[in-house]
Design a protein around this ligand. Sequence first.
Ligand SMILES: Nc1ncnc2c1ncn2[C@@H]1O[C@H](COP(=O)(O)OP(=O)(O)OP(=O)(O)O)[C@@H](O)[C@H]1O
Ligand SMILES: [Mg+2]
Length: 287
Amino acid sequence: MHDPPRAFAVGEDGPQHMIEFSDVTYVYPSAERDVAALDGVSFSLAPGEHVAVLGANGSGKSTLVRLANGLIRPTSGLVTIDGDDTRDVGAMWDVRSRVGVVFQNADNQIVATTVEEDVAFGPENLGVPVGEIRRRVDDSLAAVGLTGLESREPHQLSGGQKQRLAIAGVLALEPAYLVLDEPTSMLDLQGRADVLAAVEHQRRAGRGILHVTHHLADAAAADRVIGLEAGRIVFEGPPGVVLADEDGLESLGVALPPVGRLAAELRSRGVAVPYEAMSAESVAAAL
Ligand SMILES: Nc1ncnc2c1ncn2[C@@H]1O[C@H](COP(=O)(O)OP(=O)(O)OP(=O)(O)O)[C@@H](O)[C@H]1O
Ligand SMILES: [Mg+2]
């Protein structure tokens, strides 16, 4: 059977706008044994939704990220972006520009010798007209709070600024989805807060956010949390539920910080401390 024409396919009954994993299994071709890095994973991410992915080292988080923008293709199962199958070579550039990925190490993502050239690099490669590139560079730098640093050399930026530069580079492609693979793991508290603020700004602008993280505070800020263990989803639900389950968190490779443990103890004694309370101040405010 032939696919219906595109105009029909994106009509009212056409594909949903979302990233969709359907029973996805992935085995690295180089894997010594046939161990799946991801095993039967299904979930979806809609525009404007913020989903956090928690999991121990080696649980398959980065594999999931690579599958989400078509860098690798499922061994079995299906990954679709707004209905486009990532195995479809014809849709590859469309998929890559709709799903922007930011990796852990910003240094590996810097490609130019000034901040503005770095952000312009992506749209230039897509053949975006010059005037339009200017607008996108300005908008993207403003969105991550780096306006004024256009002519700086990227290596002169702080870690948090570099990571926000990497996000700006992805935003310049105007993606519908942002996929972040532990973007704040190398940053201090302020750097993390700045990156998170930039991400939240993008969610409010209607982008779908998939945020791989080891930080419970990041998970608390999400609409939904997915827990990965040995390539399988072992949990999916609102942050309040996962953050309340100390044993479950341990199996996801994350420990409740002392303040979180205190909050859990207070809750067990009937004090209404919100699950998002991850600082001494926010716990105190609940008392
Ligand atoms: N290029 C590769 N070739 C073979 N096996 C790989 C490759 N990359 C990852 N793996 C294996 O796939 C599994 C999942 O790895 P992945 O990098 O997705 O985990 P992760 O959750 O991102 O871990 P981390 O928290 O350390 O970043 C691991 O067992 C890993 O050893
Ligand atoms: Mg990883």
